[in-house]
Design a binder for this molecule. Structure first.
Ligand SMILES: NC(=O)c1ccc[n+]([C@@H]2O[C@H](COP(=O)([O-])OP(=O)(O)OC[C@H]3O[C@@H](n4cnc5c(N)ncnc54)[C@H](O)[C@@H]3O)[C@@H](O)[C@H]2O)c1
Ligand SMILES: N[C@@H](CCC=O)C(=O)O
Length: 542
C-alpha cells in the first residue's frame, strides 16, 4: 500500500470504579471465581510452541492465601533459554520486514482486547497472583498496560517520522532499523503493565525478544502472553521463558547476538546484569543497549505551609497502597514539628492502624499480602531491627504474620536519626519512616534528604508557600526522576508523567515515552545524490 498512515490518537484508558452494584464489579467477581478454581500449567512460549520444560517446578500461589496454588511453572534450563534465543533470531527477518503499521496493529488490537473482553482476566489474574486489590489491579493490568500499548504506537510513529534535512540535489533519509540481534526483557513481580510493556516496546520497533517474567508474576504473565497471541503476534517475536532467570542469563548474556537488555527490578540484579555484559563485551557483535529501571527510596518533604489533609492522604496512599510494593512508594517523610505535633502524628498512626490488609477478593480490604516468603522474611527482619533501634519509635503496625498469607501491617516509624536505615534502605513493603524536625531547620533537612539514599526515583514536596515550592524543586532537581508538587509520589500515568529515575534507580529512559523507544532502534542514514560530481578538482585549484 502506498500511503503515509497516521495512527489513532491515544487517550488514557478510563479507570473503572467497581462500586457495589456496578456491572463491572459483578463481572470481575465472577472471573475471580473461575480463575481461582483452576490449577493451571504455566508453560514457556518459544517460537509459538508451549513447553513446560524439565527444570525445577515452582508453585505459583496466592500471596494472601499461600496454600492456594494457582498454577505450576518451571525454571527454564539453559537448553530452554537457547531455544528461546534461537526462536527470536529465526523470527527476526520476517518481523522486521512487516510494515510499522502491521506491527502497530498487533499491539493496538491487544490494547483494545485488554480494554474489553480480556480486562477481567488480566485484572483477576493480577489480583490473585500478585495480591492486588481491584483498584490497584485496574490501574495496572488494565489501564496502564492499555496505555503503554497505545501510547507506544503513537510515540513510535513520531520517532520514525523523524527525518534529516536535504540540500539541493540530495535526498537524505533515516532508516529506523531495529537492533541487530535479540532483546532480553526481564520483568519484576509488582506491575503486570511493566511486564507486558518491556517485551512489547522493543517488539513494536521490529525487534524480537526473549521475555523472562518474575515467577511470582507468572499467573498474569501467562495471560499477557495469550493476549498478545490473540492479537495476532507471530510466533517467535516474543518468547516467554519462565522461572528464576539464572539459566536464561547464562545463555542469553553469553550470546553474541545480545542486542539489548530491557530490565525493571532491583538495583542489585541490574548491576549484576551490567557487570556480566561488561565481562562478555568482547563476545558481542555490537554494544548491547542496557535499559534498567530499578529501586527507590522515595521521599515526601513537607513544609509548615503544607495542607495537612492532603499530606495525610498522600502519605497513607503513597506508603501503603499495594503494601508499599511500588518502586515509587513513599518510604521516607520529613515533617515539621508544628504539623506533626499539631495532629498529624496521631492521625497518621490511627489511619495506618485502621487499614485492612486481607484477601483481595473481599473488596472491602485496602490491601493484600506482600508477594512471597522471601519478601516477608526480609520485612519481618527489618521490623525487628527497627524495634531494637533506640532512635526509632513504632507508631503504628510493626507486626507481621505469615500463617495464612504473607501479611505485614502498615507501619509508621518515627526516627530521630535521618541517616538511619529507615531513610536509606529500600524495604519494598509497607514501612514508612518519618523524620520530624524543628520548622526553622527546613532548608538543612532538605539538603540532607537530597542525597540521604543512593536512589533518585520519585519524591514530593508539600507546601502552599510558592517560594518554598520553587526553592525545593530546584534543590532536589537531581534527587528524583519523577517529582511531585502537593501530590503523592506514586501513580504515574503513561503519556502524562513519563516514569523513571537516575542514580541507583536506573538509566532513566522513561517507560512509555519516546525516550525509551529510541533505545530500541539503530538508525541508518541514507544519502542519495541525484547528479553525482564527475570532476574531482575544486575551484581553489584552478
Ligand atoms: N524503577 C522502576 O520503574 C521499577 C518498577 C517496578 C519495580 N522496580 C523495582 O523492582 C524491585 C522489585 O521487583 P522484583 O522483586 O521482581 O525485583 P528483582 O530484581 O528481584 O527481580 C526482577 C526480575 O529479575 C529476575 N532475575 C533475578 N536475577 C536474575 C538473573 N541473574 N538473570 C535473569 N533474571 C534475573 C527476577 O526473576 C525477576 O524477573 C524493587 O527494587 C523495585 O523498586 C522498579
Ligand atoms: N509507575 C508506578 C511505579 C512503578 C514501580 O513499581 C508509579 O508511578 O507508581
Amino acid at each position: 500500500m502506498d500511503a503515509v498512515f497516521s495512527v489513532p490518537e491515544p487517550h488514557n484508558e478510563p479507570v473503572r470504579g467497581y462500586a457495589p452494584g456496578s456491572p463491572e464489579r459483578d463481572a470481575i467477581a465472577r472471573r475471580l471465581g473461575e480463575l481461582a478454581a483452576e490449577r493451571l500449567e504455566l508453560p514457556m512460549t518459544i517460537g509459538g510452541e508451549r513447553r513446560m520444560g524439565a527444570g525445577t517446578p515452582i508453585d505459583v500461589v496466592q500471596p494472601h492465601r499461600h496454600s492456594h496454588v494457582l498454577g505450576v511453572t518451571n525454571n527454564a534450563t539453559v537448553d530452554d533459554a537457547r531455544a528461546a534465543v534461537t526462536a527470536a533470531k529465526d523470527a527476526s527477518y520476517d518481523w522486521q520486514r512487516l510494515s510499522f503499521e502491521d506491527r502497530a496493529a498487533v499491539f493496538l488490537r491487544a490494547a483494545d482486547l485488554l480494554a474489553g473482553p480480556w480486562r477481567d482476566t488480566l485484572n483477576g489474574a493480577t489480583m490473585l497472583g500478585q495480591s492486588k486489590t481491584i483498584q490497584q489491579a485496574e490501574i495496572d493490568s488494565a489501564c496502564e498496560l492499555v496505555d503503554f500499548l497505545r501510547f507506544n504506537v503513537h510515540f513510535a510513529r513520531r520517532l520514525i517520522a523523524e527525518q534529516p534535512i536535504s540540500s539541493a540535489g540530495v535526498w537524505n533519509r533515516f532508516d529506523h532499523r531495529p537492533l541487530e540481534g535479540f532483546v532480553y526483557a526481564i520483568t519484576p513481580f509488582n506491575f503486570t503493565a511493566i511486564a507486558g510493556n518491556l517485551p512489547a516496546a522493543p517488539a513494536l520497533l521490529g525487534n524480537t525478544v526473549v521475555w523472562k517474567p518474575s515467577p511470582t508474576q507468572q499467573f498474569s504473565a501467562h495471560f499477557t502472553m495469550r493476549l498478545f497471541e490473540a492479537a495476532g503476534l507471530p510466533p517467535g517475536v516474543i518468547n516467554m521463558v519462565t522461572g528464576d532467570g539464572i539459566a536464561v542469563s547464562e545463555a542469553a548474556l553469553a550470546d553474541p547476538d545480545l542486542a539489548g537488555i530491557h530490565f525493571t527490578g532491583s538495583t542489585a540484579v541490574f548491576q549484576h546484569l551490567w557487570r556480566s555484559v561488561g565481562e562478555n563485551i568482547a563476545k558481542y557483535r555490537g554494544y548491547p543497549r542496557l535499559v534498567g529501571e530499578t529501586g527507590g527510596k522515595d521521599f515526601v518533604v513537607a513544609h509548615s505551609s503544607a495542607d495537612v489533609d492532603a499530606l495525610h492522604t498522600a502519605l497513607i496512599r503513597g506508603a501503603f497502597e499495594y503494601q508499599g510494593q511500588k518502586c515509587s512508594a513513599a518510604s521516607r517523610a520529613y515533617v515539621p514539628r508544628s504539623l506533626w505535633e499539631g495532629g498529624l502524628r496521631d492521625r497518621l498512626a490511627a489511619t495506618a492502624e485502621s487499614l485492612t490488609y486481607g484477601d483481595v477478593t473481599d473488596f472491602a480490604n485496602f490491601g493484600g499480602a506482600v508477594i512471597d516468603a522471601r519478601s516477608f522474611g526480609r520485612l519481618a527482619a527489618a521490623l525487628d531491627r527497627i524495634k531494637n533501634s533506640p532512635e526509632s519509635t513504632v507508631l503504628a503496625g510493626g507486626t507481621a504474620d505469615d500463617s495464612e498469607g504473607y501479611f505485614v501491617r502498615p507501619t509508621v516509624v518515627e526516627c530521630t536519626d535521618p541517616t538511619n536505615e529507615v531513610f536509606t534502605t529500600e524495604y519494598f513493603g509497607p514501612i514508612l519512616g518519618v523524620h520530624v524536625f524543628d520548622d526553622a531547620r527546613f532548608d538543612e533537612v532538605v539538603t540532607q534528604a537530597e542525597s540521604a539514599a543512593p536512589y533518585a526515583l520519585t519524591g514530593a514536596i508539600f507546601a502552599d508557600d510558592r517560594r518554598v515550592v520553587d526553592r525545593v524543586t530546584e534543590k532536589l532537581r537531581y534527587a528524583a526522576g519523577n517529582f511531585y508538587i502537593n501530590d503523592k509520589p506514586t501513580g504515574a500515568v503513561v503519556g502524562q508523567q513519563p516514569f523513571g529515575g537516575a542514580r541507583a534507580s536506573g538509566t532513566n529512559d522513561k517507560a512509555g515515552s519516546w525516550h525509551n523507544l529510541l533505545r530500541w532502534t539503530s538508525p541508518r542514514t541514507l544519502k542519495e545524490t541525484f547528479v553525482p560530481p564527475t570532476d574531482h578538482t575544486y575551484p581553489h585549484m584552478s
